[in-house]
Design a protein around this ligand. Sequence first.
Ligand code: HXC
Length: 518
Amino acid sequence: MTECTNRTLLKEKIRLNELGGGESRIKRQHDQGKYTARERIEKLVDPGSFIEFDKFVTHRCNDFGMSENKFLGDGVITGIGKINGKQVALFSQDFTCWGGALGAAFAKKICKVMDFALNNRIPVIGINDSGGARIQEGVDSLAGYAEIFYRNVKCSGVIPQISLVMGPCAGGAVYSPAMTDFIFMVDQTSYMFVTGPEVIKTVTHEEVTKEELGGAKTHNEKSGVAHFMCSDEDDCFERTRELLSFLPSSNFTKVNRENTQDNVERSNNKLKDFIPSNSKKPYDMKELILEIVDNKHFLEVQAGFAKNILCGFSKMGGDSIGIIANQPNNLAGVLDIDSSMKAARFIRFCDAFEIPILTLVDVPGFLPGTVQEFGGIIKHGSKLLYAFSEATVPMITLITRKAYGGAYDVMASKHIRSDINLAYPNAEIAVMGAEGAVKIIFRNELKGLDGDAFEVKKAELIKDYEDKFNNPYKAAELGYLDEIIFPEDTRKKIIQYLRSLENKKVYRPKRKHGNIQL
Ligand code: HXC
């Protein structure tokens, strides 16, 4: 072949690869409000940075007329690119080729790019839009899935793994995104379920639509499977880039300190009287977070699920930080099954990737009731305790108001090895609320009284109890708090402490792995 025909052949093959399943299927994809697999990558990465691997791979299946039915690239685009200037590995399932269905060659391409990401310690991003196992390939496609699942586990805690669900993701295929660190879903065009509406109707006689069963809203608000709900695909790319700006490339590297225009000594005058003096009155903890972090930027994770706890990323003094905070505006910030699991998983992510943790505490305790007890609050609540206790990243805890009972211990107390424990002067740290405590301790004294005498005595005992315990000074006296701070100094203090902890190293006894209460 001449050089000219060599070049022509390569160009023709590239053209065919880029055509995917063809014009009519691309039009169908666009008509559904979806970008193609290739457009998605181009929109996500820094312009011109994408390099594609395995453009000319095809399947080797000869059954069901498949030998005549091939697409160059086999229905998945894989490669490397940059996001915010940092290298990432990507795969994007192409719905225009057999509905993005996964066969052996397709799976091999994904495995190759995952191995590349792991060996080179860079995040891997998977864009999912697929009809599941390629039916024509039978067990070979199931084997392909399992190879991917295995790699998801191998990469876990080593490189960040991010899934963008932008179409169907059903059956066992859901378990790959499920094992990644963060799942983004697009409202109205993505869905995830293990068994679809038809199977459910046959087996349980329930009638449910695809959207109700596994749409973005369902997984962001009810099941807690997803972490980010996006209004459309562009929103999804923007937020993926935002998330990556807080993350290191792997557990081998730290996120570089960013130059911040936000003064590290800035005082927060708004916080002087921010916490209501009536301890039963709610307030929005998110407002407090926005007040103290750099440029009021807080990327909330699982914003629609277990709203009684807030989890998310910010920068403070230019450094990435993971924030966990009780939300008094929702269920008074109580801990329950969902909030414990949500926060535990977030803490373990931060710990795995060396992102320091700031915990803001205003917690009245664990939610009482049979629903919680029968649902296993003992097991699930202990996940949060376990996650905080095993974390070795720098940890700073600030009690903004209540820290009651077991929840005081669980929420990154000094005793489970938070490095710096702070409180506002109005903090209340006690085994339980004053009224409940008085009813138990002084039951006999109060028994003989009635009417006004009862009320007066009870009020007196409550005041005594509050004076003694509902303040931070007993804990400070015992060294369980390192400092009681003025609220307006919050940002300055946290950044000072954060910087003092930047070389923290803690070694734990050697073991294969712990046994978290799954
Ligand atoms: C091969 C498939 C396919 C599949 C879709 N196609 N799913 N080809 N294997 N699993 C093809 C279609 O034949 C069609 O080809 C093209 O993709 C687009 O599909 P449509 O049905 O026209 O699209 P749409 O109406 O949007 O419906 C999408 C869909 C539906 C909901 C995903 O295609 C569907 O239900 N597919 C089957 C899903 C399924 O049962 N998968 C196996 C699940 S079991 P043409 O040539 O017309 O473009 C599984 C196990 C995984 O996945 C286990 C892992 C452990």
